[in-house]
Design a protein around this ligand. Structure first.
Ligand SMILES: [Zn+2]
Ligand SMILES: [Zn+2]
Length: 234
């Protein structure tokens, strides 16, 4: 519970009702007008990447899969690397601002605003190990924390750092072709992954390329399956 909205900093007035005496209240970290600007991913979504399908041009939807995922799955190198992505919120302007407050301005406490929904979502997924997508050493030093790890910890779970970033994050600005064909993004520093179901955690799913690079490597290292959960779906 916070006295102020973590996003707009207006005072939070606790809602007084008889129900608070009888039900366990969920701590509040965002005011209702900020909370209302968050949109949960809902309706029909791509069965692989969780992208809402309703707003996509029908020509980019094949069955229950988006065209991007069809392309990934048609490529023998990437086929089945990522079993399924789960995302909680639609990446809209409001969330974009909140995420940048969290990771670029170092407002770590923001992770608490999402902890309840992340906790609920993680509980619906079958997995053995939670692995955050890492930052490069330089970036983590600059920022002071890894945003993906923060989301796991604040939701009350234990992260396992099985990955290390080889290239800097700057590669995300390259073209799709370059991103896909860059040699290696991560190295695996975990051991005994055999038969483990890994759940990768990241803040945003944009192209899915980072998550697939991580997933492919973890599968090569013996993981049984790799899924992912992101706070936002771009
Ligand atoms: Zn607010
Ligand atoms: Zn998809």
């Amino acid at each position: 519970m916070s006295d102020y909205c973590l996003s707009c900093h207006s005072g939070l007035i606790p809602e007084v009702s008889w129900s608070i005496f009888f039900t366990k209240t969920v701590p509040t970290y965002l005011c209702s007008s900020c909370e209302n600007q968050l949109t949960l991913v809902g309706g029909p979504t791509c069965k692989i990447c969780d992208r809402p399908l309703e707003k996509l041009d029908p020509q980019y939807v094949i069955g229950a899969t988006c065209y991007d995922c069809v392309r990934w799955e048609e490529d023998p190198e990437w086929q089945s690397a990522l079993l399924k992505n789960h995302s909680i919120y639609v990446y809209n302007d409001f969330l974009k601002e909140v995420i940048s407050q969290y990771k670029f301005r170092g407002d770590y406490i923001i992770a608490k605003a999402f902890s309840e929904n992340i906790r609920k979502k993680i509980k619906t997924i079958d997995y053995d190990i939670l692995v955050p997508i890492p930052l490069s050493k330089e970036r983590q030093y600059e920022r002071g924390f890894n945003q993906s790890e923060g989301l796991i910890v604040e939701a009350g779970f234990q992260p396992t750092n099985f990955l290390q970033r080889i290239h800097s994050e700057k590669q995300s600005k390259k073209s799709r072709h370059d991103r896909i064909h860059v040699q290696q993004v991560f190295r695996c520093i975990g051991s005994d992954l055999s038969d483990k179901r890994i759940l990768l955690i990241d803040d945003i799913y944009t192209t899915g390329s980072t998550l697939r690079h991580a997933a492919k490597l973890l599968k090569e290292e013996g993981a049984q399956s790799v899924s992912s959960l992101t706070l936002a779906r771009g």
